[in-house]
Design a protein around this ligand. Sequence first.
Ligand code: MTE
Ligand code: MO
Length: 315
Amino acid sequence: MKKINPSEITPEHLYLSRRQFIKSAALVAGAGLLAACGMKPGSSPSATALPTSEGVSASASTDELGYPLTSFDAITNYNNFYEFSMDKSSVAPLSKDFVTAPWTIQVGGLVNKPKTYDVDDLLRLGEEERIYRMRCVEAWSMVIPWLGFPLHKLLKEVEPTSDARYVRFETLYDPKQMPGQNSLYFEWPYIEGLRLDEAMHDLTILSTGLYGKRLYPQNGAPIRLVVPWKYGFKSIKSIVKIDLVKEMPTSLWMAAAPNEYGFYANVNPNVDHPRWSQASERVIGESGRRETLLFNGYAEEVAQLYNDMDLSRWF
Ligand SMILES: Nc1nc2c(c(=O)[nH]1)N[C@H]1C(S)=C(S)[C@@H](COP(=O)(O)O)O[C@H]1N2
Ligand SMILES: [Mo]
């Protein structure tokens, strides 16, 4: 995998506040997409600084904290997707023929307007770029330029009822295509959940692409969740079902090891995993480690969701 020379990093985004950056990144996303289609070749100075694979584009070469984007090659070849393999480098080859079209996502439960969407319906909700840090619970991290739309856009369409308190997500169950689902260690399908206010937060997106391209199977094609202030396992891939529910859903990881993986899974350097420290992280594509930030660096945006909660109890 290629490394970015730090001198190539465009620094202008560092001068913007975090909020501004997230908004401006959304605004320039359109430009990045044009470049991806070959309509504006090389027009953005940052585009030339990116680790380049064919057709890859992003609107900036760092996130708002100045951390360089992880290369496209690393993002698409170092994956956790247990439905295919527990070996990170085997996911890409094992998932290359995964059928992602046609694909439908059933949205229902405690809503006034349940609806089954196809991927084109969801693409109509928009595709903006969000450059987010991703921190795996295993203490490694990446910076990924996602394409997608805020989950609240979809939730508002289906109109949650006043009884709805949580959102439950489900990955496709198809052991013929996903050999890992024959493993008896886990209760398939993969399930994840968010509290309704977390799901409605503007940072929470459904992603359909990254680096200006549609998602590859290994990253959760055709559509996956991204919740940047939580450990990566909350960002469930290849979603087929979304339900508004009353009770806290039990995720696959909570069912597998409740003492190690809680429902909230907020990134927190002060609350260690029972088997390792969460204070720092290995940066994929770089040689060093980095200190882990509370809420993965998004505390300004999300800390108020957890004001009266003991974060070591609700891990
Ligand atoms: N369905 C499903 N979603 C999943 C996983 C998985 O095994 N199955 N792994 C999770 C974990 S542990 C991480 S760190 C991220 C990795 O996403 P990436 O491979 O796109 O970087 O996906 C998450 N979503
Ligand atoms: Mo993870």
